[in-house]
Design a protein around this ligand. Structure first.
Ligand SMILES: C[S@@+](CC[C@H](N)C(=O)[O-])C[C@H]1O[C@@H](n2cnc3c(N)ncnc32)[C@H](O)[C@@H]1O
Length: 261
């Protein structure tokens, strides 16, 4: 499914005071972008920001960064935030567009992220080899470690049984312990739960939502060796991708909800 380009999205984002257009320049400096230093939470693949807007509005005690790979949906996220804040200045959220698979290029330890939200990411279940592209694959989780504070958490929700089942060992081998594991979020009554566009869609279809809170702990020697090997592979891949892409224009890469990536 191809999402039609929203012509208004880029112009609106370009004048949005809380949109950051050059995220690679902010690695290690994200905290300085907020008027007040507060616990920093990050949402990966925020989509149209339906839950993001509700969450950031009701948690003024925290700062948030919401990231997606497409301007189209970030345009909607901005509008959803504006709608809720009304005349109130938006001071506790930043929106930015980049590819989270290159997480290490955008975040570092100085960013001291306390929580990462991953809501209804692309399950990549069609072929086993695609699993590496998941935002919950070990290759990603090991990168998130670099920017999370010790004891930092990942809050992960999905409708997809295979994605959930296959992500659990990835969390474990990446040095995250399960704090909360729920197989039917709606029935559990867990609070707070900010319902996203995709969560609402699957709830309406009667699909149980799987939910995990995983907390980062220190890696033992074996885990550290695994970490180093994964990160080395990620850097090698990034280097060769950069070489391949050099000379080509840096456009949007067509990520469109679950189908584009
Ligand atoms: C299925 S949608 C979910 C959106 C929202 N979180 C929700 O629950 O409604 C997945 C979102 O992740 C974004 N996304 C997927 N892969 C990404 C990547 N590598 N980097 C940044 N965003 C990505 C997509 O553009 C899309 O908006």
């Amino acid at each position: 499914m191809h999402m039609r380009t929203k012509k208004w999205a880029k112009p609106e984002l370009s004048v949005c005071p809380y949109y950051r257009d050059e995220p690679f320049q902010l690695k290690g400096k994200w905290r300085s972008q907020f008027p007040e230093d507060k616990p920093l939470y990050l949402e990966l693949g925020c989509g149209k920001g339906v839950s993001t807007a509700k969450m950031v509005f009701s948690r003024q005690d925290c700062n948030f960064i919401a990231v997606d790979i497409t301007s189209n949906v970030l345009g909607d996220a901005r509008r959803n935030i504006e709608r809720l804040y009304g005349k109130m200045p938006v001071r506790n959220v930043l929106l930015s567009r980049f590819d989270i698979s290159r997480f290490d290029e955008f975040f570092g330890p100085e960013d001291r992220i306390e929580r990462i939200y991953i809501n209804f990411c692309n399950p990549w279940t069609k072929r086993p080899k695609y699993a590496k592209r998941r935002l919950t694959h070990t290759r990603q989780l090991m990168q998130y470690r670099h920017a999370l504070v010790p004891g930092g958490e990942i809050w992960f929700k999905t409708d997809d049984d295979t994605l959930f089942k296959e992500s659990l060992p990835c969390f474990e081998e990446s040095g995250f312990e399960q704090v909360t594991l729920i197989r039917d979020l709606a029935a559990s009554g867990f609070e707070p739960n900010y319902i996203s566009e995709h969560e609402q869609m699957y709830r309406d279809l009667g699909v149980p939502i799987k939910f995990l809170i995983a907390r980062m702990h220190e890696l033992d020697a074996e885990g550290q060796a695994r970490h180093d090997a994964v990160i080395e592979e990620v850097s090698r891949r990034e280097k060769s991708e950069r070489q391949r892409a050099s000379g080509t224009a840096d456009g949007e890469d067509g990520a469109d909800g679950r189908t584009g990536l």
